[in-house]
Design a protein around this ligand. Structure first.
Ligand code: SF4
Length: 403
């Protein structure tokens, strides 16, 4: 099956979130696909034979398929993938590191991206046409990326141009957005950023324009702009469901940052109260959070940064230190397992993985690998060339900007 740049929109239902969150202990163990489907998730259909395979049968199948496919396939794994999937990754990282890795890939014919849809799109855009990018489960989207549709973003762009004048606003989009949004930025002289280089990308944008439209994560935009000295009174949030985004023309003219009304459903679970409780329990604890968290959470933390920054900071910290972490629980639990000499815990007592990342069950990975063995490319993500060309300009600008 080939999808041509079109992502199925499958909402993250409360039911699905509830099914994979638990109030204590460790993450759910992987069950058969049939059992995981039973909690009413709406994931991509797979051939019946994959539904009842046990985790052990799936593991053996993946190992056999990898061995037979050899260097034809490289598997990339995002830090937020479940342990039963990330263990097969040849390279692990956040979206920035994995996009660099995909761009540098020169030998494998197939890149199997264990992550979410916008990451696979980005890998396709950055790799030569003869490389095929595969997403194991096409329903693995990102609720934040879905909060900015290209239709709404284009309407916003036209409105801003008519109110403020052409060339008055620089568009900046977070990596966590659809290829069509990246293309809108590329076409209009803008840039893509990640949580690793958001400050550098904003500096870059302000060297070229008076104002920035930042999509789709208002929290990353706000936290980063504050760091650069832009006041909260110089920022507005654009609500795509209201006329002029919910503002007067004067308020838009006064704003330096126009933040899209989007957020990450995982990182907005963290609260300043959780940080207070962690400090009460252990006054020596270090609090480190992701900049997709709300402003008050970032303000209450000791430091904030990308998942790569979080992983590196904890890895390099002295033995015996304690870390309360505000990011996706799969990464936090992996860091805790890899550093038993440190106390590492998730600030949120409810163990709640990113439910769209969780949609990449190892059964899907086996399915696409066995497809390749049989000569069939399942779930290729292929961005149309006109979209890819514009998105690529914004991504190439991103790859040149450091913190
Ligand atoms: S953690 Fe948040 S931003 Fe990342 S994929 Fe999940 S919903 Fe999207």
């Amino acid at each position: 099956m080939t999808t041509v740049g079109k992502k199925p929109v499958i909402p993250v239902t409360e039911l699905e979130r509830e099914a994979f969150c638990q109030s204590e202990g460790t993450l759910l163990r992987t069950r058969t696909l049939e059992e995981e489907f039973r909690v009413a998730v709406r994931w991509q259909s797979v051939p019946a034979r994959y539904l009842r395979l046990t985790p052990e049968e799936i593991e053996q199948g993946i190992l056999d398929a990898r061995e037979a496919l050899g260097a034809k396939v490289v598997v990339l794994g995002h830090h937020y993938q479940r342990p039963d999937v990330i263990k097969y990754a040849d390279y692990r990282g956040d979206s920035y590191k994995l996009s660099e890795r995909a761009a540098a890939e020169s030998s494998a014919e197939y890149i199997v991206f264990c992550g979410v849809h916008f990451m696979a799109e980005t890998a396709d855009i950055l790799t030569p046409p003869d490389r095929k990018v595969i997403l194991p489960n096409m329903a693995a989207g990102c609720s934040m990326a879905d909060m900015a549709t290209v239709e709404d973003a284009e309407e916003c762009w036209e409105t801003l141009s008519s109110v403020l004048g052409d060339g008055e606003v620089m568009p900046v989009t977070y990596m966590n957005s659809a290829a069509t949004i990246k293309a809108l930025c590329g076409r209009n002289g803008g840039i893509v950023c990640t949580s690793s280089n958001a400050a550098g990308a904003l500096r870059w944008a302000f060297e070229r324009g008076e104002r920035v439209l930042f999509l789709p994560d208002q929290h990353l935009g706000r936290n980063t702009a504050l760091k650069l000295g832009i006041g909260l009174d110089e920022m507005v949030v654009w609500n795509p469901f209201e006329r002029l985004g919910g503002h007067t023309p004067d308020a838009l003219r006064r704003a330096r940052m126009i933040l899209w009304q989007g957020h990450c459903s995982v990182h907005t679970r963290f609260t300043a109260d959780q940080i207070r409780r962690a400090r009460t329990a252990n006054p020596d604890v270090n609090i480190i959070v992701h900049p997709e968290c709300r402003l008050e959470v970032v303000a209450a933390a000791d430091c904030a940064g990308s998942t790569e920054f979080i992983a590196r900071t904890i890895r390099e910290a002295p033995s015996g230190t304690a870390w309360g972490v505000g990011t996706e629980v799969n990464l936090v639990q992996r860091l805790a397992a890899e550093h038993p000499d440190k106390t590492i815990f998730c600030l949120d007592p409810v163990v709640c993985p990113c439910s769209t990342m969780y949609r990449v069950h190892p059964g899907y990975l086996l399915w696409v690998l066995e497809g390749l063995l049989a000569g069939t490319t399942i779930n290729q993500v292929s961005v149309p060339e006109d979209v890819a060309r514009d998105a690529r300009s914004a991504l190439e600008r991103m790859l040149e900007v450091r913190e």
